[in-house]
Structures are given as structure tokens and as C-alpha cells.
Design a protein around this ligand. Structure first.
Ligand code: NOJ
Length: 555
């Protein structure tokens, strides 16, 4: 089980309002007791923080606000002492514009680092010849064009993300060598692998032609399937990964499930796993808009995973991270305290019993919720700020609609500080400090101190769910079968590993109680885990489930 830490928001140990590495070290027992095997640490490197560390200035330095390299070494040793492992975030599709490679690169066309990035002449601008147009029509993920004009050399550079995140030119073998060297630097220290940021985007389309109107609807599809992607990942595997005992997980933006097997099939020696976003995106339309979805659609996604991914492809299971809303607000029901607790437990049950390595994001184990944003100025995220400029400031969208949508899906929802206790600032930082992003006002009731002590809490339930996952190899290697794909309220599936391990998971995905008749031939046995009074229901083939009730049986 992997637990993602967003260091900026986890625990501040020195009263500057920003989380840090010593803060993480302080809470390792908490994570170990939850049953965490691996910690994924979001970027901890030196950065000007245009995108909270996803813009790296120096890959071999720790971000000043997060501490020192000695703090990192102490944290790593303390993780290993608890038999956990650490994977770090590898962000190498782009760097910060303050990275010395880029500082050099933009100086002159003849600079030895010029070709580390993607520079092009602009297109003539008939209306204003002194202001050339971008070289092609690529949009940036963070609004506007993906090209930035740079006056010193009068060329544009490519940035698929923020202006301060220029894309590296992976076609340059020196870039690849330098990236593999920095990977070895951290692997030699003993880190156990990487989560790889937008890794499929590293191979660009030859000649960078304009996107067609069709391609413009979802540019990631093209960007993620560049011709040399697999060659580069195989080289990375050969020159860095294969020399160590590591685990890797790539962010598979723009890749279909079928295409994903190219990257994760163990015979191909690229990455171990990827994050496929089909499930996370099932309720999302464009931008921050919602999409109506049904439970059978979600089931179809998991069924596809079981069908398409074979024995040589290892899967991940996750529904949250630092780019998505809070798990319980997004897929559960946070409208009442009772349903929040039940639905958070139900989702934990699902994530820990589906097929694949489960990932939880910090605070999921507490059922932390979206922040009650009401105003634009409460947001910090560059994605929100740029979208605001593009949509609201141009009059394309009323401010109130923008705030409502960003409240629903904006990334800051999951970036508010961890709620450790009912103390001021939720114990995330000292009482006197101002946290870098406001603490969710519900911290007095939703916090780790309360939940660790309360046997009925989400944390204590998650602990049992993780223990169950660890106790039976069927949850790791077992087959997955959806018992009732068209049922719009109940998600019922089995995990089985012959000859003796047969488990049944039944989830009532909604607030309405339901009577559920199991398919022919299936009768429940011992109840292993349940988020409600299920234990008192006699065994049999008809179950009476309360709203958001989850049960795991032997059968
Ligand atoms: C994906 C990361 O998860 C996200 O937080 C970041 O903004 C972009 N990649 C750019 O690095």
C-alpha cells in the first residue's frame, strides 16, 4: 500500500507555515500503524514553487523550506528502520526556468545548453510584424499558448505546463544522460524508486505540426504517444532503474488502457506501473465541470482493467492525489457527518480490495473533505489562477460560476494542511504561524488525534482494511470478477485465488438502503470487514444493506 505525501501540507516542524521533511519524520509511526508499505513523496527539490515543486531548479538539492539534505537522509533512514520504502517524484518532462540548464539555454542560440530545451522561431504575424506568432497551436495545460517568446534570442520555447516550466528536449542524448545521472544520485542514496510526472510526454512529435481540430479536443492523446517514448523509457531502465531494487509508477496522462501495456508489460523493461486516469475522470467534463456518471460506468472501467491487463502488467488502484478533489467529497457523500464516515470507509474498502497496488493520498484515511471555497482569492494553485485570467477576466465566465467549479474540482481542495488535531491550525503548524494555505475549518471534528483514539473512526477502519489486504494474497494476486455489472447501486465483486481463497466485496454506493440478492450459487460466509452493523445479519444469499454500507465476506 502506497501513501502519498504532499510535503508542503503534511506537517510543519519549524513554524514557517510550510510543511517540511522533519515534520514527515515525526509522523512515521502514524503511517506505519496505518499499514503503509511505501511512501510516495511529492517533489522535495529546490524550486521557486511556481507549481509547488513541480518546477525544479536543482535536482540535487532539498527545497530550503523543506529542510536540508541531512534532514532527508534522516527521514529516509527512519522510513527504512520501520520497514517502509520511499519513492520520490521524478519531474523530468520539464524543469524550472530557473534551472541552470535553462538559464544557460536562453542566453544565446550557440550556448551548449541551447538544445536542452525546445526552441523554435515564431510564425510571421501579418498584423504586427514585430510580435511573431507562436510556432504552432499547442495549448498549455495551464491555459494560453504552450509557447513563450523569449526576447534575448527572439525565439519561443515550449512549455506544456506553466511559463516557468520549460519542456526538456529528450531527443538530445545529453539531456537523457543528465537525467539518468540525477536518478542514480537519489538511487545511490537509497531511495526505492520514483513516481514519474507526466512521463509519457517526453517524446515530442517530429516537426511539431499544428494539432488538428480533432486533436485539439484532447492534445494529451498525441503528446503522450510520441515515437520515441518507449525507446527512452527502455534506455532509462537499462541505465538507471535496472541496476537497483526499485519500484516505478508513471503518470499515464493521455494513454489508453490498451496502450499502457506497452509501458508496464514486465517483458518490455520500462516501468512497473502507471496511473491510469479513467476512473478518476469518470465524473469530470472539461476543465472543472462535472459529468453525470453511473456506477455501471465505473464498473466497466475496472472490468476493462481486469480484461486488458494480463499477468505481465501490474495495475494501480487510486481515486485521489494532489491534483484531484478530496476522495470522500468526490466519490462519497460529505453532506452529513454520518454519510461522510460511511462513504469514506466504503471507498477505502473498494480501493483496498480491487486488483492492483492501492494508493492513498494524505488525509484520505481521515475522510478529509473539500475546502468550502467561496471566493477566488482563497485559491493558490497556478492552474486556477491562469484559468481565472483566461475565463473570468476575459468575460467568458461569471466569477461565481468559476469559483463554484473550482470549489468542486480544483486542486487546492486536496492541498489544504493535514488535520492532525483540534489544536489551532489543526496542529499542522504552530498557533502563531499562518499556514501557506488555509486549514479546512472542519478540523476540530475531522483530525488524526480524534480518529486514532476513536475505534469507530475512518482511520481505524482504514487500518483494518489495509490489514485485510495484507493478510490475504487473493487481494494481491487473485482474479477479479464483477458479479452484477449493470446494478446501478450495488457494486459486488469477488477476488479469488484457488483453491482456497474466495472473497466477496459488497458496496452500497448511495444513501438509500437496499436489499441485495446475491447471484445464484453465492452464499456469504464469515464477515471479515464491514463499516456498519452487518455482523448481525445472518448469512445467506440476501443482504440488507444500509446507505453506503460496505462488507467483505469469505464465501
Ligand atoms: C502532474 C502533477 O501531478 C501536477 O501537480 C503538475 O502540476 C504537473 N504534472 C506538471 O508537473
Amino acid at each position: 500500500m502506497v501513501y502519498q505525501i504532499y510535503p508542503r501540507s503534511f506537517q510543519d516542524s519549524n513554524g514557517d507555515g510550510i510543511g517540511d521533511l522533519n515534520g514527515i519524520t515525526k509522523h512515521l509511526d502514524y503511517l506505519q500503524k496505518l499499514g503503509v508499505n511505501v511512501i510516495w513523496l511529492s517533489p522535495h527539490y529546490d524550486s521557486p514553487n511556481a507549481d509547488n515543486g513541480y518546477d525544479i531548479r536543482d535536482y540535487r538539492k532539498v527545497m530550503r523550506e523543506f529542510g536540508t539534505m541531512a534532514d532527508f537522509d534522516r527521514m529516509l533512514a527512519a522510513i527504512k528502520a520501520r520497514h517502509m520504502r520511499l519513492i520520490i517524484d521524478l519531474v523530468v518532462n520539464h524543469t524550472s526556468d530557473e534551472h541552470h540548464w535553462f538559464v544557460e539555454s536562453r542566453l544565446s542560440k550557440g550556448n551548449p545548453y541551447r538544445d536542452y530545451y525546445i526552441w523554435r522561431d515564431g510564425r510571421p504575424n501579418p498584423d504586427d510584424p514585430s510580435h511573431p506568432l507562436p510556432p504552432n497551436n499547442y495549448p498549455s495545460y495551464f491555459s494560453g499558448s504552450a509557447w513563450q517568446y523569449d526576447p534575448p534570442t527572439q525565439q519561443f520555447y515550449l512549455h506544456l505546463f506553466a511559463v516557468k516550466q520549460p519542456d526538456l528536449n529528450w531527443d538530445n542524448p545529453r539531456v537523457r544522460d543528465d537525467v539518468f545521472a540525477l536518478m542514480r544520485f537519489w538511487l545511490d542514496k537509497g531511495v526505492d524508486g520514483f513516481r514519474m510526472d507526466v512521463i509519457p510526454l517526453i517524446s515530442k512529435q517530429p516537426g511539431l505540426p499544428d494539432l488538428t481540430p480533432e486533436q485539439l479536443k484532447d492534445p494529451s492523446r498525441l503528446w503522450a504517444n510520441g515515437p520515441r517514448r518507449d525507446e527512452y523509457l527502455q534506455q532509462m531502465n537499462r541505465e538507471a532503474l535496472s541496476k537497483y531494487d526499485v519500484m516505478t509508477v508513471g503518470e499515464a496522462i493521455g494513454i489508453t488502457l490498451e496502450e499502457e501495456t506497452k509501458i508496464i508489460n514486465s517483458q518490455r523493461h520500462e516501468l512497473n506501473m502507471v496511473f491510469n486516469f479513467d476512473a478518476v475522470r469518470v465524473n469530470r467534463g472539461d476543465g472543472y465541470t462535472a459529468r453525470n456518471w453511473t456506477l455501471p460506468e465505473l464498473k466497466t472501467i475496472y472490468d476493462n482493467h481486469a480484461r486488458v491487463l494480463g499477468k505481465d502488467d501490474w495495475d494501480t488502484v487510486f481515486l485521489s492525489n494532489h491534483d484531484n478533489p478530496r476522495l470522500v467529497s468526490n466519490y462519497g457523500d460529505d453532506s452529513t457527518p454520518e454519510f461522510r464516515v460511511r462513504s469514506a470507509k466504503l471507498i477505502a474498502t473498494m480501493l483496498l480490495t480491487l486488483r492492483g497496488t492501492p494508493f492513498l493520498y494524505q488525509g484520505d484515511e481521515l475522510g478529509m473533505t473539500n475546502y468550502p471555497f467561496t471566493r477566488y482569492d482563497q485559491f493558490d494553485d497556478i492552474e486556477v489562477k491562469n484559468a481565472y485570467k483566461e475565463k473570468v477576466q476575459t468575460g467568458k465566465m461569471p466569477e461565481s460560476q468559476f469559483v463554484a467549479e473550482a470549489h468542486r474540482f480544483g486542486r487546492d481542495n486536496s492541498r489544504t494542511p493535514m488535520q492532525w488535531s483540534a489544536a489551532p491550525n489543526a496542529g499542522f503548524t504552530t498557533a502563531a504561524a499562518k499556514p501557506w494555505l488555509a486549514v479546512n475549518p472542519n478540523y476540530k471534528t475531522i483530525n488524526a488525534a480524534e480518529e486514532v483514539a476513536n475505534p469507530n473512526s475512518i482511520y481505524r477502519y482504514a487500518q483494518r482494511a489495509v490489514a485485510l489486504h495484507h493478510a490475504h494474497t487473493a487481494f494481491v494476486y487473485g482474479d477479479y470478477k464483477d458479479l452484477d455489472p449493470t446494478n446501478t447501486q450495488v457494486f459486488a465483486y469477488t477476488r479469488s485465488l484457488d483453491p482456497s481463497q474466495h472473497f466477496l466485496v459488497v458496496l452500497n454506493f448511495g444513501e438509500k438502503p437496499v436489499e441485495y440478492k446475491l447471484p445464484e450459487g453465492i452464499k456469504v460466509g464469515k464477515l471479515l470487514l464491514g463499516n456498519l452493523r452487518g455482523a448481525t445479519e445472518p448469512g445467506g444469499s440476501t443482504l440488507h444493506l444500509e446507505g453506503w454500507e460496505a462488507r467483505v465476506y469469505e464465501y
